[in-house]
Design a protein around this ligand. Structure first.
Ligand SMILES: Cc1cc2nc3c(=O)[nH]c(=O)nc-3n(C[C@H](O)[C@H](O)[C@H](O)COP(=O)(O)OP(=O)(O)OC[C@H]3O[C@@H](n4cnc5c(N)ncnc54)[C@H](O)[C@@H]3O)c2cc1C
Length: 471
């Protein structure tokens, strides 16, 4: 067989699982290279403290990239369900795959590479009564609870698991990992152009640059006439409460998913990325925009607090459809007010229209796990509609999780999940405009989360395999 070259951009969850699927082909004459602008997983240390990131005190944007992608230093909650992280059931159906089986195979591979054996399963017999009680409470106040099985890698384990996956792909399938290599652009002839001025031609490209690469991806696509569409924005706050408040719900499900429609604006708001006994961490994008996120360890948590993102989904229509720009401008405004740091405010102050001050935060019963945030007034930065959604949403959630709506609850902003632009692709995520260019993962707007990105990487890889084998 003549030499076939496949170039993957991005070694996150989508890129790694695509490489695994393509590697299974194991055909002579196929060369698979996976490029990432960031470093090797074991070189991804905190640049501020010169120690492993799991120190939990900071989250500079640099560590979002590198072998393993954004997931490599996250808590690594694996949502083992086809309805979470994108419409995975539907995406798999379209290409005759069984989503449950695909997710199971991804989960098995994580375990094979060192993920903890423990699964958090709300359907376990011992949790039956508690689950029923929780569902009852939710139904009675119009909250939708989504029970799902989850595995927690834990921030201390994710780098080790990624390292093991990389080794497996190299030694079993001869996948070539090329870290510290930024792809500047690609073209319709499937050339990749690198920062050092070099270029390389491939027969197939698979672009999986994640959320931090999505603006770049959409720009290059538009230049080479691949169509893109705006996706809704996920924006909100990170909420931090004493861990004991969340103990019961986190016992049933490690990362409980509650969906609420707010009374005034009928907006959709949800809990996301619950870190039980975890830490709020700072992110920085585009060098100056501060944001917040959260993480936790797999073993008994180290902090006395639990945090979660509380996110509103917002679409925009003409004349401004650009949800990324809208989200960016709110985040920028918030970080300017915080002196280029996230804002932190007690819920009591937000509710009563007062700015929080350090003197009050120091006395607050809930102490922030993120010290590098500025006490301030989130209402100065966020639109009235979003503040109303957050206040109303917490009031409703309090009926299921008593205490979450206390005055001492801490609210951090901005919490902003950059929304990708969806790319005009077929069922195997191949461009409808240019053949043999495939897309996967969060950056292409087809997934949200480690498992979702992996599923889309597998689908795209299967598309490439089909084309190669039918050639
Ligand atoms: C702090 C944090 C915590 C999270 N926690 C969880 C969690 O617990 N559970 C969960 O399911 N999800 C979590 N997520 C989300 C999850 O990490 C992502 O959904 C997932 O990593 C997406 O995978 P991906 O492959 O699409 O992109 P990514 O993982 O973002 O990987 C993309 C890779 O592409 C590289 N890249 C981008 N542009 C270029 C370029 N031009 N040239 C070369 N390389 C490039 C980047 O360096 C990056 O390594 C978390 C995210 C963050 C930031």
């Amino acid at each position: 067989m003549t030499q076939i070259k496949i170039g993957i951009v991005g070694a996150g969850s989508a890129g790694l699982f695509a490489a695994k699927e393509l590697g299974k082909l194991n055909l002579n004459g196929i060369e698979i290279k996976i490029f990432d602008q960031g470093p090797e997983v074991d070189k991804r240390y905190c640049p501020l403290k010169e120690e492993e990131l799991a120190c939990a005190q900071c989250y500079p944007c640099k560590i979002m990239s590198g072998i393993g992608g954004a997931g490599a230093f996250s808590s690594g909650i694996l949502n083992l369900n086809e309805n979470i992280g994108g419409p995975l059931g539907e995406l798999c159906d379209r290409v005759n795959l069984n989503a449950k089986e695909v997710i199971q195979s991804i989960d098995d591979f994580f375990v094979q590479n060192g993920a903890p054996n423990k699964v958090f399963d709300p359907f376990e017999k011992s949790k039956k009564n508690k689950l029923k009680e929780l569902k009852m409470k939710c139904v009675s106040v119009d909250i939708r609870f989504v029970p799902i099985k989850q595995r927690l890698l834990g921030s201390e384990n994710t780098p080790k698991v990624i390292k093991s996956i990389r080794k497996y792909l190299e030694s079993n399938f001869n996948i070539q990992f090329i870290p510290n290599t930024k792809v500047i652009r690609f073209d319709k002839n499937k050339n990749l152009y690198f920062e050092d001025g070099k270029k390389e031609n491939f027969d197939y490209l698979l672009l999986a640059p994640g959320r931090w690469g999505m603006v770049w991806l959409a720009e290059v696509c538009n230049k080479i006439i691949i169509k893109t569409f705006y996706e809704p924005l996920d924006i909100g706050v990170r909420v931090e409460v004493p861990a004991i408040i969340m103990e019961d719900v986190c016992y049933i499900q490690r990362d409980p998913k509650f969906h609420i429609i707010t009374p005034t604006y009928k907006d959709f708001i949800r809990t996301f990325c619950v870190n039980h006994k975890g830490y709020v961490v700072k992110e920085t994008y585009e060098k100056k925009i501060a944001g917040v996120n959260g993480h936790q360890f797999s073993t008994e948590g180290k902090s006395g607090n639990t945090n979660f993102a509380f996110l509103i989904r917002q679409s925009l229509t003409s004349p401004l459809e650009d949800t990324t720009e809208y989200g960016r401008s709110i985040s920028k405004q918030t970080s300017i007010l915080g002196g280029y740091k996230p804002l932190v405010q007690t819920l009591g102050d937000l509710r009563s229209g007062h700015r929080s001050r350090s003197s009050l935060i120091d006395k607050n019963p809930v102490q922030p796990t993120l010290k590098d945030a500025t006490p301030g007034d989130i209402a100065m930065a966020y639109p009235y509609r979003f503040v109303t959604d957050i206040l109303e949403g917490l009031k409703i959630l309090d009926k299921v999780i008593p205490g979450v709506n206390n005055n001492s609850t801490l609210i951090y902003a901005p919490e902003f999940k950059r929304s990708a632009k969806r790319i005009d692709i077929n069922n195997f995520f191949e461009s409808n405009q240019i053949k043999n260019i495939f897309f996967a993962g969060d950056g292409a707007g087809v997934s949200r989360g480690i498992i979702g990105a992996a599923v889309t990487g597998i689908i795209a890889a299967k598309g490439i395999i089909l084309k190669i084998t039918n050639h």
